[in-house]
Write a new protein. Structure first.
Length: 236
């Protein structure tokens, strides 16, 4: 199997069906049978997400579901997906379909072509497009967060937090045991470890749509986000 796409899902009963159907239909139309799988990691959900995911697994041969009883954070769900993935190239995308399957395909193609070991979707490159932009307050917060990340880790990337990324499975295996955070700093930790191991991480412009139902609340979550970044950086 060449490709594994991971979608972590926590209390996503309102959105998971449409997102999975869009992705599954795209995989069926654009990849030969058996070349790609879609892994739904139901992450401690307390609504009907698991039930709907299992229905979708019966409906689409490429869909495979794993249910984690206790919530592990998005990073924990993605790491479980990495563990289960059978593809040579692995990717993850958010359950809200902010990044559509054709846009995620752009990241897969960069890795498949050998241009990079990891391709991270970016909403902030000149060629990027936000079909539904973030509200102003979120845009400002996102730019401040990115500035802090770039200063702390000396990253050249404009967007580490976009929920669409693709990797060579071998690169993930090389760093998987070193990823200990499952919260807001997960994406940064993953990029940080890959770069420290000498893997090439390339930022790729994508078209993205804002999810107005995001659970992030900057006034509540900013201190913990900053502390996670500092701990990660001090941990080397």
């Amino acid at each position: 199997m060449k490709y594994s796409i991971i979608i972590p899902a926590y209390n996503e009963e309102a959105r998971i069906r449409d997102t999975v159907r869009d992705y599954a239909a795209y995989l069926q139309d654009h990849f030969p049978d058996g070349e790609a799988e879609l892994r739904i990691i139901v992450n401690g959900s307390r609504d009907r997400t698991a039930e709907i995911a299992l229905e979708l697994e019966r409906e689409y041969p490429c869909v495979r579901v794993w249910i984690t009883p206790e919530r592990q954070g998005k990073g924990g769900a993605v790491m479980k997906g990495f563990e289960l993935a059978e593809g040579e190239i692995v990717a993850f995308a958010d359950a809200d379909n902010a990044t559509t399957a054709p846009e995620l395909r752009r990241l897969l193609d960069v890795v498949a072509a050998g241009e990079a070991d990891a391709a991270i979707g970016s909403r902030w490159l000149p060629q990027s497009h936000q079909a539904i932009p973030q509200p102003l307050a979120r845009r400002v917060a996102s730019r401040i967060f990115n500035l802090i990340v770039r200063l702390l880790f000396q990253f050249p990337y404009r967007d580490t937090q976009c929920g669409a990324k693709a990797f060579r499975k071998a690169a993930i295996e090389a760093v998987r045991e070193e990823i200990h955070t499952t919260g807001w700093a997960f994406d940064v930790a993953l990029i940080w470890r890959l770069r420290r191991h000498g893997f090439k991480v390339q930022e790729v412009p994508i078209t993205w749509s804002d999810n107005s139902k995001s659970r992030l609340r900057m006034h509540r979550d900013a201190p913990s986000m900053l502390w996670e970044l500092i701990k990660l950086r001090l941990g080397g």
